[in-house]
Design a binder for this molecule. Structure first.
Ligand code: NAD
Length: 416
């Protein structure tokens, strides 16, 4: 586990605190604050599931729509034993600002079911997913709220919704397999967004990409593809890790070989041609770019001082705690906040929905070119606030997100 001995703050309290900081910095009107700060709609559902052993187990799930000011709510569904309503509310809130930062016409939402998917069979997961989808069905839909599941459950959400409506509705969920209306480039989108925003940061700080040292914590979907993109661009990925271990090579890892090694063995640990190091040593490696791409709370007040990176690019959601943020500010570390750095994923989810709703498909070059344009523009928008208002990049991104939602709310007026 990445969690440290310190008591972790409630994620929703952190989300509210970040909102207040942004609203204060924007000098936001009180009437707008109360209208955009809190979730618009919260649904908690009971999910009884017939397990393989014949017993019926009841799970609890939630769907939170934090905002629909700028468009339908958008956000994933998390299956995890530690899911709580407060966590789902926090993640839904972050989605609102994230979608606004990249200026796509979505609000923010999130779902979660408290369960341990690792202990469930595919059949149990399918039955739970279908029951959960049925329970939240009244509030989701391509024009209302578009989920994106965590594990391999997307087809079942789409199918359950479509069966209940009586016709195929591909746009109700994103992250679908290509054969069901998924988008080319979705799989790589989060890492691409991370790459574009990091490249922008390097240009801003006059750090050459060629031979820049990059360290990736968490060699999963986002982390391994980000490592590949940096490797292809001429940077040197000197360290990476997963739950089973961390590897280091000062001369640069052969990333395509590491990808293959992980595919063959299930881990980067034991990769020949690299030294094994401890997780704390990985985070402390001297480098130009550190990419936390594993879990939340990876960098806290306990280990932030040990970081020796010029740029920290938050590919994961919430890997750097607010206390660690303050330490980075003092140390002069340039942080690319999650709601900007990993927004490539939701941006291509939006492309997927646009393609579904219009019954057409773009080729991968189109998707990537459109993504690059949005990520570069969003990075420059945040960087401008960072420079003009003399605030850190996290606050700048939150200010941009909050101000766009506040503007939509102001223009719509207060009903009734
Ligand atoms: P993933 O499960 O594919 O990869 C996570 C990787 O982190 C795995 O390789 C795992 O072994 C590793 N890991 C877990 N704990 C670790 C630890 N303590 N030390 C080192 N490595 C550890 O997940 P992903 O899709 O790549 O997502 C990673 C992060 O990015 C998550 O925070 C996710 O919310 C965020 N994110 C992902 C997307 C996306 O589109 N995939 C979009 C936005 C944000």
């Amino acid at each position: 586990m990445l969690a440290t001995a310190t008591v972790e703050k409630n994620a929703y309290d952190v989300a509210l605190e970040n909102f207040d900081l942004a609203a204060n910095a924007l000098d936001l009107d009180e009437s707008l604050r109360v209208r955009i700060k809190y979730p618009e709609r919260i649904l908690t559902v009971s999910i009884p599931v017939r397990m393989d052993n014949g017993r019926t187990v009841r799970f609890e799930g939630h769907r939170v729509q934090h905002s629909t000011q700028r468009g339908p709510a958008k956000g994933g569904i998390r299956y995890h034993p530690n899911v709580t309503l407060d966590e789902v509310k926090a993640l839904a809130t972050w989605m609102t600002w994230k979608c606004a930062v990249v200026n796509i016409p979505y609000g923010g939402g999130k779902g979660g079911v408290t369960c341990n998917p690792k202990e469930m069979s595919m059949g149990e997961l399918e039955r739970m997913t279908r029951r959960y989808a049925s329970a939240i069905l009244p509030i989701i839909g391509p024009e209302k709220d578009i989920p994106a599941p965590d594990v391999y459950t997307t087809p079942q959400i789409m199918d359950t919704y479509s069966m209940n409506m009586g016709y195929p509705v591909t746009g109700v969920v994103t992250g679908k397999p290509i054969g069901l209306g998924g988008s080319l480039g979705r799989n790589e989108a989060t890492a691409r967004g991370c790459f574009y925003t990091t490249r922008g940061s390097m240009e801003h700080l006059n750090i050459p990409l060629a031979n820049a040292r990059v360290v990736v914590q968490g060699f999963g979907n986002a982390g391994s593809i980000a490592a590949t993109l940096f490797h292809e661009a001429g940077a040197k990925v000197i360290g990476c890790s997963d739950t089973k271990g961390c590897i280091f090579n000062a001369a640069g890892l052969d990333i395509p070989a590491v990808v293959k090694f992980k595919a063959d063995t299930g881990s980067v640990a034991g990769f020949p041609g690299a030294d094994r190091i401890r997780p704390d040593e990985l985070l402390a490696l001297r480098c130009e770019v550190l990419i936390p791409a594993a879990l939340e709370n990876a960098i806290t007040e306990e280990n932030a001082h040990a970081v020796h990176a010029r740029i920290v690019a938050e590919a994961a959601n919430g890997p750097v705690t607010p206390e660690a943020d303050r330490i980075f500010d003092q140390m002069g570390v340039f942080l690319i906040p999650d709601i900007l750095c990993n927004a490539g994923g939701v941006t291509v989810s939006y492309f997927e929905w646009v393609q579904d709703e219009n019954h057409l498909f773009w080729d991968e070059n189109d998707v990537n070119a459109k993504l690059e344009k949005i990520m570069v523009r969003s990075f420059n928008d945040v960087l401008k606030i960072h420079g003009d208002k003399k605030v850190n990049m996290r606050l700048a991104a939150n200010m941009l997100g909050v101000s766009r939602v506040a503007e939509a709310c102001r223009l719509r007026g207060l009903y009734p």
